[in-house]
Design a protein around this ligand. Structure first.
Ligand SMILES: [Zn+2]
Length: 533
């Protein structure tokens, strides 16, 4: 999420989710902290979306109830958003369709969408006309001269804006550190056509279900090879349906078949489009790999093509998936095979091109981790942008443009509240770092609960009862747990010490902590429960 703000107006660009890492157990999504925005609700004129990826619009179902403002987007972006919001029936957002090159007003600001190539249809960069001059926000983009849908990054429009003067460029840094140029989708289409045509038996292609260009290549490859296509997995079925209905995915009549029809076809007459490229455990591809799909069983000689990159953090899950596939005797081709996948994010050569077209006065690398921003800044410097006019900022660090024309300055403003809010089930923001720390401790060590009942004079009348989870196998360790119980009983033996429940709880905690450390060299979470009669 990015925010552009003037004295009178505030416009939000994108509103995405992050997915949790393994050290954030139980978290479903991570959404932006919008405290800064809720305090300025009166001047927020709208949210403008650059494209339909989850990391650009996935937080809207959670943020829209807090910020009831119009949402602007291109046709495919809004279609995806509507399907996403369909799960949240209570929301009736004011959605406004934008067209390429047609300026639109967001409060006092005029915004123009410029087509860019990316791994999803209808992506745009945004030129925002502000009192300080035109700001160009690239969104996610690549430069592809042979995109599947003909939608190229509009270099002429960018160059015209550059001629007229761009005061600041905010550009996608994800692949700025990767030398060279991204592979064209046209190359991927050719590779997939060869791999589908030469497959002796069934072909399964897994790709991100929003990458309609990639799905188009799979459909064409299958049509050419005389194969029917079957979509498996919820997101793959939803997105192919949506893209077919709206004309983003083109297929001959009868090119797609349902799963039950596919079962009646010969193995070499089928291409399966499956979601789950990242090894998500419940996804269609993982279930196929584990032989648990129910309706579809992979067999030796089938070919699986993973037409995607490995998102950092998912390597293990993908590795497990590939192991399972190999055990079934299936051939696996992944992004190590040239031309099987192409990134949607501009590499270094394309970034240089973007800078040359825009010739911005100031440059701010965005979208990416800190290391990506630093590499992008270095690239801009090497491309001739004055180092004093490049500004690397992290979340919550505003940059401000002051002055006019030749005297304009870019300075760092005072940091504002920002950051991550965790979504867990129906709870938004109720799980914080402290709860997560407890979850991590529980996951690492397990817990020991010890219940005692005391009379008012401190005499033990019930317990100690010890219950454990995730520490030892209870049935096999009765003797050990019996000794733990004895140790607690012994330390509570002197009634004078136990009149105070807090004091008693602390004694139990210390005793059990010592006991488990001495006996097992483990540090489970100890929970004493002291009840008084
Ligand atoms: Zn994207």
């Amino acid at each position: 999420m990015m925010v552009y703000e003037t004295e009178d107006d505030l416009v939000v660009i994108d509103c995405g989710v992050l997915f949790p890492s393994v050290d954030q157990p139980g978290i479903d999504y991570i959404i932006p902290d919008v405290t800064y925005l809720t305090a300025r609700r009166h001047k927020i004129r709208g949210i403008v979306l650059t494209h339909g990826h989850e990391d650009h619009l996935g937080a809207l179902p959670y943020v829209l109830p807090q910020l009831d403002v119009p949402v602007f987007g291109t046709r495919f972006t809004l279609a995806l958003l509507e399907s996403r919001l369909g799960e949240h029936k209570e929301l009736r957002p004011d959605l406004r369709l934008i067209q390429d090159h047609a300026p639109f007003k967001v409060g006092g600001l005029t915004v123009t969408a410029i087509p860019v190539a990316h791994s999803i249809p209808d992506a745009v960069a945004l030129a925002i006309d502000t009192p300080a001059g035109v700001i160009l926000h690239t969104g996610d983009f690549k430069v592809d001269d042979h995109p599947r849908d003909g939608r190229m990054t509009d270099k002429q429009a960018l160059s015209r804006l550059g001629d007229a003067g761009i005061v600041a460029l905010f550009s996608d840094s994800t692949n700025a550190g990767v030398p060279g140029h991204t592979t064209s989708e046209a190359v991927v289409a050719t590779t997939l056509a060869t791999l589908v045509a030469s497959a002796p038996h069934r072909v399964v292609v897994s790709a991100f279900s929003s990458n309609i260009h990639r799905l188009q290549s799979v459909v064409e490859a299958s049509e050419a090879a005389g194969r029917k296509v079957v979509a498996v997995g919820r997101s793959m079925q939803q997105n192919t349906q949506l893209a077919l209905e709206r004309g983003y995915l083109k297929a001959r009549f009868g090119a797609f078949v349902e799963l039950d029809q596919a079962q009646a076809l010969r193995r070499d007459r089928i291409t399966v489009l499956a979601s789950g490229t990242q090894g998500e455990p419940m996804s269609a591809l993982s279930r196929l790999a584990a032989g648990e799909h129910g309706q579809l069983q992979l067999e030796p000689g089938d070919r699986v093509i993973l037409s995607s990159r490995k998102i950092p953090g998912n390597e293990r899950a993908i590795g497990t998936l590939v192991n399972h596939l190999y055990r079934l005797g299936v051939e696996v081709l992944d992004d190590h095979t040239p031309g099987v996948h192409a990134s949607g994010h501009a590499c270094a050569d394309e970034q240089r091109e973007m800078l040359a077209l825009c010739r911005p006065r100031f440059f701010v690398p965005v979208h990416g981790e800190y290391r990506h921003l630093v590499r992008h800044a270095a690239l801009a410097r090497d491309s001739g942008v004055d180092a004093a006019r490049i500004c690397i900022v992290e979340d919550g660090q505003p940059v401000e443009l002051w002055g006019q024309g030749a005297d304009i300055r870019l300075v760092r403003g005072a940091a504002v509240q920002s950051g991550h809010v965790f979504v867990d089930g129906k709870g938004v923001g109720d799980v914080g770092e402290i709860v997560l720390r407890d979850r991590r401790v529980l996951a690492e060590t397990g817990m020991v609960l010890c219940v005692v009942i005391l009379r008012e004079d401190g005499t033990l009348v019930g317990g100690p009862d010890i219950v454990t989870r995730g520490v030892v196998h209870v049935d096999a360790n009765q003797e050990l747990l019996g000794r733990a119980t004895e140790a607690v009983r012994k330390v509570l033996g002197d009634p004078g010490d136990c009149r105070d429940a807090a004091n008693c709880a602390e004694k139990i905690r210390q005793t059990l902590r010592r006991f488990f450390r001495r006996e097992l060299d483990r540090r489970p979470l100890i929970l004493p429960v002291v009840m008084s009669m």
